[in-house]
Design a binder for this molecule. Sequence first.
Ligand SMILES: [Fe+2]
Length: 291
Amino acid sequence: MVQVFRLGYVHFGTPNLARMVKYYSDVLGFSVTHQDASSAYVSTSIDHHNVVLTADERPGIKGFGLQLRPGISAAGAAAELESAGIPATVRTNALRGIQELVEFTDVDGYTVHLFPEMQGVEHGFKAHGVGPNKVGHLSVRVKDAERSVEYYKQFGFINTDWIEDFFGFMTCNRDHHVLNFCTSDRKEMHHMALELRDYSHLIRSMDELGRNGIPILWGPSRHGAGHNIATYHRDPDGNMIELFTDADIYVPELGIFEPRPWHENFPQKPRVWGTDECITRWGTSFEQSLV
Ligand SMILES: [Fe+2]
């Protein structure tokens, strides 16, 4: 089956496009690469887009895009999906910055794009706002996390950790997780996470949120699975956004995470975590529950 190697973008609907563009541009420090009356494309640094915003009565995730490993065409990917029993459509210029992509609906009904190439931009990072390295991972609520984990293995994803049996972590590269699946009665995004450079960047980002009157819901604290130091807040539409740094690096050749002083095990291998030990390694109390 076709293999992917990174999360390219997340697509949101929004009832207030201008407000969301202002949040991404002014607060998060993304560059706006295109904007019209019904859509906006924003980029962290070199991609045409990492978040797509489309005017819609209903806020929330509309889908996400995964980039295919080099050498796989959209037509080739569509043929492989079809032969695996997954109806797929090749779409041309369906999104700006991507000439061809394959669209399919995953096991939970999420719209997924697989794309071979995205147009680049040369502006790099903006001088103001949070300015994350990248969209690090996406966490979605699904009917059965174990089913979703098995489903995404066919695209090259590896299961790195679990919280009990309801929250599965998966990677398609060396990041601890690129996609998360959380068993839930609701079909919606759990959170989208933006990777920061280091602790000081995270603290400066908290100041940025504070200046903009955006309250921090949770954190900062260090998680168990992934060991990322994380904070969470809500965007203007209420979507939960994580800012994190220091996430584990997976070494698939060895089946371990690169050693870090704060690990519990040496070597640290993928494992099943209890909920409380996984949510915070610092024992910090928070009013907001994350699961
Ligand atoms: Fe996360």
